[in-house]
Ligand binder design. Structure first.
Ligand code: NAD
Length: 266
């Protein structure tokens, strides 16, 4: 399968180029970057620390979509929306890993999924997807005497908060509890906040160093506490999962799929 990587000079972009190289059945169709980027014209493989591929990074995203069976996109929200439109136009499957999309940007991804297969995940690791299932089950089993808090830490360069994975875990907890996350989510606490409201799902964000991604879902009652934790130690993990998702789209009908579909987790 021919796989294109948009934003191929980014932290994840380079990992994705490497993951394509390491995955049997996957072939690099090319890479793109923003117009004006110093990386346009360079070899995406060399940038990823691999031998020369003879390809050169383009700023013509439409041409990359035309040349690819699937495109993987870990860029920025506005770029991902534009890429989703190109995916629908060119009938090219899309794996959008970008986080921090607002509701209207998310709606545009859903519109594109009416035309082509899209596998969207806040986190493409096996471990976090299992953690989502466990969080949903735990929230269902423990009832609302347990306060739920989601804690995350990432590297100093991350630009959105809480992380997409933290929000996805909050969503799993809300599903398990049968509530609407939008109505119970407590994303920021500062100053004189008053007591915790029963039923809230709280979020706490830490940033620093080069932490790849740590997430803990905490269930706290008067007498006991359960903590479910996942720690990613290499961002190549997300890249490998995203390429696995790209290969999975072969022959799939249009639709918005999740990593849980790819992994068969239901
Ligand atoms: P980064 O800033 O290092 O890389 C983003 C790249 O995209 C940059 O090279 C930038 O120039 C490029 N880009 C931006 N707009 C573009 C456009 N219109 N066309 C082509 N290229 C464009 O960031 P990063 O750390 O690689 O993270 C990127 C995104 O991936 C973030 O939203 C992050 O949260 C997300 N992420 C998701 C997962 C997951 O598993 N879903 C894992 C890690 C990171």
């Amino acid at each position: 399968m021919k796989i294109g990587i948009v934003g191929c000079a980014g932290r994840m972009g380079r990992m994705l180029v490497k993951a394509v190289d390491e995955t049997p059945g996957a072939e690099l169709a090319g890479g793109s970057e923003m117009a004006g980027s110093e990386f346009v014209g360079q070899d995406p493989a060399v940038l990823a620390g691999l031998p020369a591929s003879g390809l050169s990074i383009t700023d013509d995203a439409a041409a990359l979509f035309a040349a690819s069976d699937a495109v993987v996109d870990f860029t920025a929200p506005a770029a991902t929306v534009a890429h989703a439109k190109l995916a629908a136009e060119h009938n090219t499957a899309l794996i959008p890993g970008t986080t921090g999309l607002d509701a209207s940007q998310q709606a545009e991804i859903e519109q594109a999924a009416a035309h082509v297969a899209i596998v969207q995940a806040a986190n493409y690791s096996v471990g976090v997807n299992v953690l989502q299932v466990l969080t949903e089950q735990a929230a269902q089993m423990m009832g609302d005497d347990f306060d739920i808090e989601v804690l995350e830490m990432h590297h100093r360069h991350k630009v959105d908060a809480p992380s997409g994975t933290a929000l996805a875990l909050g969503q799993s907890a809300a599903l398990g509890r049968g509530v609407d996350l939008e109505k119970v989510s407590q994303r920021v606490r500062d100053g004189f906040t008053g007591e915790r409201t029963k039923g809230d799902i709280g979020f706490a964000t830490l940033r620093g160093g080069m932490v790849v991604g740590d997430h803990t879902v905490m269930f706290a009652s008067d007498d006991e506490r359960i903590e479910l934790t996942h720690k990613a130690s290499d961002r190549g993990l997300f890249a490998k999962g995203a390429i696995r998702a790209a290969l999975w789209t072969e022959g799939k009908a249009p639709g918005l799929y999740s990593m849980r579909d790819v992994l068969g987790l239901g």
